[in-house]
Design a protein around this ligand. Sequence first.
Ligand code: ZN
Length: 379
Amino acid sequence: MVACTNSGGGSGPANSPAEAPSTFPSPVTSTVMSSRLPSEPFDGVESCKDAQADTASDESIASSSDEETWTDNHRSVDSCEDYRVARWAEVYEDPHGPKRVFGYDGYLFRRVAIRRTIGGEQRTHCVRVYHPRERSREGKKVRVSEWIGPSWYRLIENSLNRLPWHHLQVVHAFVIDDRPILHGVASFSREDPSHDARDGHTIWLNKRLFLEPNGWGPGNYGKYWAYRVNRDGQRAHGQVPEHDLFSPVLLHEVGHLVNYSVVNGSAADPSCPPCAYMCGDHKNCAELKPAQREAFCVTSYCTGFGYASGTENFAEMYRWFYQGRETRELLEQHFEPCHRLLESSNGAWKAPWDNGMGEISSYRKTLWDSCDGTACRAW
Ligand SMILES: [Zn+2]
């Protein structure tokens, strides 16, 4: 969530008519035999089999709603060698070379398959999850390869499974290399694939998302409860391979990509919809008192750091919409235009909590600076 700034300083949202790239670049890959999933209970063939056997029940959950409609804008792949069945991680060899900004050449990757029956056919979306062996492309020592395991991939899978297909399909890859300081970065496309890996379809994450339980995070206007997972006191790491946790923080990050490609219609358009505008978009920050500036905010983390646009505000609203009934209702009561937009975009996709996927209840309200760090609002 922190460092999701999209507007690149004070230049403001750039409206670009460019088409969203619809295909995943074809990477050159090779399989290596040196990167078995370490440290988590996934070492034996037995547990591999168990995991595969459980897949059927996952699919029955995901496919229990057959209410989505398959259209020309929906995409599916023929096959996806999921992390459950791929014994070894592969090495990514960047076809554009190792020097791309935000690049991840040489990282290991596995795949997460999202499968759902829509229009009477099984559809598959394949997401890649990259991490460095020892050092990030920035040269930092990053201890991910010794930690990452099935419970991490499962958190990504469960989070994406909550979303309608035309939302989740805009997510092509996660890169866990600690580039973001706190949670994640979900940048819009720079439309320069030869030099910049930010394609509007990739999310960079910090490993803390998987290793730490929930806690207070610093926002622009106070403190917000950082929901790394949906249950306080737990963390993704160390959970059984088929755990049922999901990550509201990941929903927030996906919300950015949905903002660009689905709401705006272009992976290169970082502007937020008017319903999420902040004073930077209204161009009246200087005229407003702190409490008035906050009033646009769904949580205290509602603008990027450095530019008071509502891109973060929209991502937070997106998280609210898909994390639980309570926040979806808060959204409807207090931020109705964005609720309407999300309802419309969601279409017939059933609420995740009505599909057996759990939810956040007893939502922790923001502690607002303007109220001396208390939860003075209804949200
Ligand atoms: Zn963000």
